[in-house]
Design a protein around this ligand. Structure first.
Ligand code: MN
Length: 191
């Protein structure tokens, strides 16, 4: 089983996370309702098991909670992937959500890079700052070793746009981590 179990405690956040790339229970509690909604959707569409408990300094704002969750989730993805032997490596997905269209393309390359191009027409989604999505994606890409591109060419509602981004991330990662057999998918022989 490709799993990882991590805990991380700083003066800003306290995080415990259990990840399985091959499915399992999903239970997410971050203290930010909309962020729970997004991470649950991500895990569902990725078909991952994800048990996550975050206690963050929400009296400041959601920034540390969201970014640190991205860091730990990224570390867990990297650890669970191991030597990446036999994985498909690349994944991409379009997700339409009402008026919004979102796209994710990613490579489990060990060459961390984020390209993020999505409008956030409303600054807040419940008690979630819409500007935090790019922070989460950057932390995830850097710590998981992903080349991650996300784009929303059009959309009017920040809830729909953000949800489309998280769902397309899940769908793309589901395909990318799929084991197709054979060795490491790289002309260099190593990722
Ligand atoms: Mn929703």
């Amino acid at each position: 089983m490709r799993t990882a179990e991590l805990t991380r405690t700083t003066k800003e956040t306290d995080i415990s996370l259990k990840l399985s790339l091959d499915g399992g229970p999903v239970a997410v509690s971050t203290g930010i309702g909309f962020f729970d909604h997004m991470l649950t959707a991500f895990a569902f569409y990725a078909r991952f098991g994800l048990e996550l408990k975050v206690t963050g300094d929400l009296y400041v704002d959601g920034h540390h909670t969201v970014e640190d969750t991205g860091i730990v989730l990224g570390q867990a993805v990297r650890e669970a992937l191991g030597d990446k032997k036999g994985i498909r490596r690349f994944g991409s997905a379009y997700v339409p959500m009402d008026e919004a269209l979102c796209f994710t393309a990613l490579d489990c390359s060990n060459r961390p890079f984020l390209v993020f191009d999505a409008p956030m027409p409303q600054p807040m989604i419940g008690d979630y700052d819409a500007c935090l999505t790019v922070e989460f994606m950057r932390a995830l890409a850097v710590n998981a070793g992903l080349t991650l591109h996300q784009k929303c060419p059009y959309g009017d509602n920040a809830h729909h746009i953000t949800e489309g981004l998280f769902k397309s991330l899940g769908l793309a990662l589901k395909d990318a981590v799929k084991i197709e057999g054979g060795g490491v998918v790289s002309t260099k022989g190593v990722l």
